[in-house]
Design a protein around this ligand. Structure first.
Ligand code: HEM
Length: 475
């Protein structure tokens, strides 16, 4: 994150403006989102940031589909996450989100196997259904009855933490309940995500020194990490004990799967090593908790601003809803995609070439240099999405014959693109649809007057002040 004064002191390859008044959904965004939203030519989709001398903070920002396709698909082998990424995301250890090469391949293949396993899919539907019935509905009923203001973002985070934890660890932390217990893990994860965000834009030596001295966000980062490690130590040791006692008749969750993973097939996985298990499951838990809750928050905020879209979704639910076939809800799917185009839960991605290369835009990139893909800006480029790029229009996702329109992932990058595309996309979409249907069918909600909506500088696009609403029951 670069404060405005630092931006003006630094040299850019061109002047980049953020036209606040140009976007109906405009918000005061951090610097990495400031690609020219009016941009209609390739060269406006890239800029090179030159940081202070020897600080190691030079980086190329890009929101150009040709470059993205080149790095994430065509020339994937030359664009690992890289050693710098591994340092910045050191808290993830050897989880799938931060590793490269053979270990990533083993994790990717084993993750793919588990995410397509019928038992895990069944566990996902069961836990979502139960959490709606026993967590979300009683909570919202109570809020409606008591007429109290609730933070819908917090509610979504709790819902996703509980369901994601059931899926990944087999354990339900029960964080979504009327008395809203303190969620140590959630606070720790969010502090960590903010600290990691700032690490992207600071010299490594500086944040490492701050971490070592225990200063500022890095101090909080250290205590957050201790919280996460404590939680995992408990979960892992009690599962090992259950396995020893032969009590592991539970249905498939990621923790159980990785403790019994077939090492003749996945040679680099170490099921007997607790640190390794912690790394693998922690990444999955984060992936499953933070992104769908961010997506749902922005989605409901957009609905509050576009009642005509809400009416269409209600009509679709009333006429086509079939709980066993959520694919029938085409308009709801389109509205969710449109919301993630404008508000991608992960607003940027980081790449680092292994060898020097020239991008399709003509930019030369050195080995180990930093490239930031601006997913947020990509979703708002008029050159890509047309003159109405800044409008919330689910219709753009629907073909003349009423089917969903497919957009290439280097254009709609909310779920990443290429061999590292999100593995949880279908699980996440089903889950978000279930939550959306439940709320839209049963409740009306109103955003609290004067509530300020702005993003927090973090690697996840969250609302800084939460999303305060009141709800009323409509059935
Ligand atoms: C709206 C919801 C979601 C969005 C927008 C999303 C987006 C993404 C993105 C952008 C990446 C690339 C991250 C990177 O390379 O640094 C990613 C990777 C991944 N996601 Fe998701 N995700 C979502 C939900 C989920 C869920 C629910 C799960 C698991 C249950 C999941 C599992 C994963 C995994 C395992 C990867 C790593 C893939 C790899 O590196 O090979 N995601 N996701």
């Amino acid at each position: 994150f670069l404060p405005p004064q630092e931006i003006s002191r630094s040299s850019y390859s061109q002047e980049l403006a953020f036209p606040r008044d140009a976007s109906r959904n405009a918000l005061p965004y951090p610097s990495y989102l400031r690609l020219d939203l009016r941009g209609s030519r390739g060269h406006q989709s890239n800029f090179f940031f030159k940081g202070p001398w020897l600080s190691g903070t030079d980086m190329l920002f890009t929101a150009e589909p040709r470059n993205i396709h080149h790095m994430l698909s065509l020339n994937f082998g030359n664009y690992p996450k890289g050693p710098e990424f591994k340092k910045i995301f050191d808290v993830l250890g050897d989880g799938i989100l931060s590793v490269d090469l053979q270990l990533w391949e083993d994790l990717r293949k084993s993750n793919h196997a588990i995410f397509h396993h019928p038992e895990l899919l069944e566990l996902s539907v069961r836990s979502n259904t139960r959490k709606l019935k026993e967590g979300l509905v009683p909570f919202l009923d109570n809020a409606a009855h008591e007429n109290i203001i609730i933070d819908l973002q917090d509610v979504f985070k709790r819902f996703m933490f509980d369901t994601s934890s059931i899926l990944m660890t087999g354990y339900d932390p029960m964080s979504l309940s009327i008395n809203m217990p303190e969620v140590e893990f959630g606070e720790a994860a969010e502090t960590g995500e903010e600290a990691i965000y700032y690490r992207h834009f600071k010299p490594v030596i500086l944040w490492r020194l701050q971490n070592w001295l225990g200063i500022g966000l890095e101090r909080k980062m250290r205590s957050s990490l201790a919280t996460v490690n404590r939680m995992f130590a408990k979960i892992i040791s009690s599962r090992r004990e259950e396995i020893c006692r032969g009590e592991c008749g539970r249905s498939m969750d990621a923790l159980t799967y990785y403790m019994n993973v077939d090492t003749s097939k996945y040679k680099l996985l170490i099921p007997t090593n607790d640190t390794f298990i912690r790394d693998v499951v922690f990444s999955l838990l984060l992936a499953g908790r933070d992104t769908p809750s961010s997506a749902l928050t922005w989605f409901f905020w957009l609905l509050s601003k576009h009642p005509q879209v809400l009416t269409k979704i209600q009509h679709e639910i009333n006429t086509k809803y079939d709980p066993t076939d959520l694919e029938k809800l085409v308009y709801l799917h389109a509205a969710l995609s449109e919301s993630m185009r404008l508000y991608p839960p992960l607003p940027f991605n980081h790449k680092s070439p292994a060898k020097p290369d020239v991008l399709p835009s003509g930019h030369k990139v050195e080995a180990n240099s930093k490239i930031v893909i601006c997913i947020y800006a990509l979703g708002r480029m008029r050159s890509i999405w047309g003159e109405d790029a800044l409008d919330f229009k689910p219709e753009r996702w629907i073909t003349d014959s009423g089917d969903l329109r497919h957009e290439p992932s280097y254009k709609f990058m909310a779920f990443n693109a290429g061999p590292r595309a999100c593995l949880g996309k279908h699980l996440a979409l089903s889950q978000m649809k279930m939550v959306a249907v439940e709320i839209i069918q049963k409740y009306d909600f109103e955003v609290t007057k004067g509530h300020k909506v702005e993003p927090v500088p973090s690697i996840i696009l969250r609302m800084k002040h939460g999303f305060n609403v009141t709800v009323t029951k409509n059935i």
